[in-house]
Design a protein. Structure first.
Length: 617
């Protein structure tokens, strides 16, 4: 191997995402550290053998440590380490490794163009003429593909997810949010035959795909190409892809690249020198530190450009500061303003940063076009995850007012309605069937299904952005396990076989999604329009909400939409303005195109635990 290291030719590097820039002629390395006294790269012929060469890096005035190695390093691997406080750090693949060896231990030198599947240059984001069209479906690659009834060939893999794309377009959703598929630490990629399951909230390499989802985790090109094939297939089916990103903490601090390359810098520290722990996972990152902020911005932009990702869901977003979220939004806008951004506006424990500066739900209005999950509408409809009480949809009238607030997207915190993520369930906490089971004890399955339909109806007619946890439409159960992050597939898989047994439920979801997408009145898109067009009609029945959307000429095909939600065990009588109504939903049935029938009266009887939806054309 020739030892031509030409430092003088190295351009000044200022970008975190360019740690390794390969060409057949030379490979340029550049790593940022403001505290290292020395840094060096180790080069490896392959992923297992000892280093054959050590490359010292030279510090530039902007704290990037650089070297250029002449010759063609394609197919080789590297690690970086830093010297400070009298000792060398452990080796790591760097903080921005784009291709990695098995278990992400070493970074791989590849030609990124070799990772593009056929037709990749023609891949494009599915059209999204109106952002209020969005209906998000959350799933996990194994949940979606592992069932023996899935009909999927590549079970548990990126390619298996690609096989299922048509299911999502048939259901009518616009986006799929996929649980973490960057490289995470809890699955040993050398022991995939063990077939373990994990959600994946334990980041190792933020900018390379997880090897466990590839057909060959030992080949650094394959996992990238197959992740792109998944995205390409979803796009071809008209589905946009949202990545679940977890910048708020790492698998561990000292063992991860962020902690090794520049010890402590990327994390918030307590005064006693221990790691702050707002994530509840042992550490929390410091988005308020300039280079952590730049890292996050560069990372989402990289996924949006290289992988054509269409949206980002930020795990424990409340650990990040608001300014970082605004800068992420601005950077993505330069790529494509239709790229979606939202997250969990809370933390697991108290972050070590001023609360009023954090991206907490309460401050959503300070981060335009960054959304937050609404635990308000969730808790109001089905009850809080922290108790077993009933919600409005399962018979508790006490939360009716909060349901109404959720229907108009909680303007007191949301900014614009689409920043309010309307949902009742996600991967966290009980799935819908299990949540209703633990609270509506003594009720029949038929009644519980009515309750679950009613709750999801409220989500789908809410002015916020609709979000559905995958598998609810097939009456999934997780057997009462509310934190299934490492439960076996038998708990987490989507039960495809239920599509027959619970076809009535599946059809209801499909029709309700279609009704939402057909009626702009349910997604007026601005706070002003909601104020102008929405009115809650009076009723004496504490279990009944009458939600009217009026004066829709020029906005919707209907002039008026009226939604009656009955969360009680008895039929509810209501008086609404007399008109010629098409009934879109009634008594647990829904039909978008033809409707269920017509009525010419203002006297409505809403069946127990169900919604009636009327359209006046
Ligand atoms: Ca991994």
């Amino acid at each position: 191997m020739l030892s031509l290291i030409l430092l003088s030719c190295t351009a000044k590097q200022t970008r975190l995402e360019n740690e390794c820039v390969y060409s057949p002629r030379q490979t340029e390395f550049a790593f940022w550290s403001n505290s290292a006294e020395q840094m060096e790269v180790q080069l490896y012929e392959d992923a297992q053998q000892d280093a054959y060469r050590t490359i010292p890096l030279t510090k530039t005035e902007n704290d990037f440590w650089q070297a250029t190695v002449k010759g063609d390093l394609l197919g080789q691997y590297y690690t970086v380490r830093s010297f400070q406080n009298g000792k060398w750090s452990a080796e790591s693949p760097g903080i921005f490794a784009k291709a990695v060896s098995v278990n992400g231990a070493r970074a791989a030198i590849i030609d990124m163009r070799e990772t593009d599947p056929d037709g990749w240059t023609n891949d494009s984001r599915p059209a999204m003429p109106d952002e209020t069209d969005i209906v998000v479906y959350e799933t996990h690659i194994r949940d979606f593909t592992m069932s023996p009834h899935s009909g999927v060939e590549h079970k548990g893999k990126f390619l298996g997810m690609a096989e299922c794309a048509d299911y999502l377009s048939e259901l009518g959703v616009t986006h799929v949010q996929i649980l973490p598929f960057f490289d995470y630490g809890s699955i040993d990629e050398t022991k995939l035959a063990k077939n373990r399951y994990n959600w994946g909230y334990d980041p190792v390499n933020y900018n390379a795909p997880e090897g466990g989802y590839s057909s060959d985790p030992y080949n650094p090109v394959v996992r990238i190409r197959e992740a792109k094939e998944m995205i390409q297939a979803l796009h071809a089916a008209g589905i946009r892809v949202i990545m679940d990103v977890v910048y708020n903490h790492t698998y561990n601090a000292e063992g991860c690249a962020l902690g090794r390359v520049v010890p402590y810098y990327f994390y918030r520290m307590n005064e006693d020198g221990t790691y702050a722990n707002g994530s509840g996972c042992g550490n929390e990152t410091a988005s308020d530190h300039e280079m952590m902020r730049r890292f996050m911005v560069a990372s989402v932009c990289y996924w949006a450009k290289e992988y054509h990702i269409d949206g980002f869901r930020f795990d424990l977003m409340g650990i990040h500061d608001q300014e970082t979220m605004r800068q992420i939004r601005a950077a993505l806008d330069e790529i494509d303003p239709t790229i979606l951004t939202y997250g969990e506006g809370w933390a697991a424990m108290s972050p070590a940063y001023p609360y009023e500066e954090l991206a907490m739900k309460q401050w959503t209005y300070k981060m335009p076009r960054v959304g937050a999950f609404s635990d308000d509408i969730r808790n109001a409809l089905i009850g809080s995850p922290f108790d077993h009480e009933r919600g409005f949809a399962s018979g508790n009238p006490a939360s009716a007012k909060d349901v109404m607030r959720g229907l108009i997207a909680c303007p007191e915190w949301s900014g614009e309605p689409m920043q309010h993520v309307s949902y009742i369930t996600c991967h966290d906490n009980f799935c819908l069937r299990d949540r209703i089971d633990i609270s509506a004890t003594g009720e029949t399955e038929q009644t519980k299904i009515r309750m679950s339909k009613l709750a999801q109806t409220a989500v789908l007619v809410s002015q916020g952005m609709s979000f559905i946890y995958g598998g609810e439409e097939l009456y999934r159960t997780k057997q009462g396990i509310d934190n299934s992050f490492e439960s076996p597939d038998s708990i987490n898989i989507i039960p495809w076989e239920n599509k027959n047994q619970y076809n009535d439920l599946y059809a209801y979801y499909r029709e309700m999604i279609a009704i939402r997408r057909a009626h702009k009145g349910f997604r007026l898109g601005s706070k002003e329009a909601v104020k102008e067009h929405v009115e809650f009609l009076d009723t004496d029945n504490e279990h009944l909400i009458i939600y009217a959307i009026k004066d829709l000429e020029g906005i919707d095909s209907a002039k008026t939409l009226i939604v009656l939600l009955n969360g009680g065990s008895q039929p509810a009588e209501a008086e609404v303005p007399e008109a010629d109504y098409t009934v879109l939903a009634h008594d647990g049935q829904a039909n978008n195109k033809a409707g269920l029938g017509r009525i010419q009266t203002g006297h409505i009887v809403v069946e127990p635990y169900s919604a009636t939806i009327l359209a006046e054309y």
